[in-house]
Design a protein around this ligand. Structure first.
Ligand SMILES: [Zn+2]
Length: 178
């Protein structure tokens, strides 16, 4: 089965923002369904992982698990709001509802930069790991924050995305997916 990345709700977006948003999400879908993502995800060793193995978390992601629904739908759901947040913030997730806010300042900056969709793609995956899967990054011990599931997952998607868009790397579709 292929995982689909799906937008369920949009608030605060303008028509002219949508092309860029979907470009980022299409890239994300290609990355998540790649063999490269699977192998590199398995090799990560995150902190604050709720006692789950990388293989277990991968299984949840690829089945489209969500802590808000009780079904296997092979869809990674996004509920997105565009709003201005403070400078330096990329995005944020309201854990009680799973709704993700994208900082309009960052969005507009990325939209104007050549590979900006890679960074939006990466940030949205970081937020999805909070939103749909409930992973957190407590700031203690401080060195663990950036080794948490959302950070490592976001970095991996960013690195693969850069290979694809900067160096024209062709991802291989994932093999033997159950
Ligand atoms: Zn975060």
């Amino acid at each position: 089965m292929t995982l689909r990345v799906k937008v369920n709700s949009l608030q605060g977006f303008k028509e002219e923002d949508l092309h860029f948003l979907y470009k980022a999400l299409r890239l994300q879908e290609d990355i998540l369904n790649s063999q490269e993502f699977k192998l590199q995800w398995y090799a990560l060793d995150p902190k604050h992982n709720k006692g789950m193995s990388q293989k277990e978390i991968y299984g949840l992601i690829m089945r489209g698990y969500s802590r808000f629904e009780d079904l296997v739908d092979y869809e990674l759901d996004y509920f997105l709001t565009m709003r201005q947040l403070k400078k330096g913030t990329l995005g944020s997730t309201l854990m009680s509802t799973g709704r993700i806010t994208i900082n309009s300042l960052k969005f507009q900056y990325w939209k104007k930069s050549k590979y900006g969709h890679v960074y939006l793609c990466s940030n949205l995956f970081h937020e999805a790991l909070h939103s749909q899967f409930g992973f957190t990054h407590p700031s203690f011990p401080p060195s663990w924050k950036r080794k948490s599931v959302p950070y490592l997952g976001g970095y991996l998607v960013r690195d693969l995305g850069e290979r694809v868009v900067k160096y024209n790397y062709k991802l291989s579709p994932v093999a033997n997916q159950k």
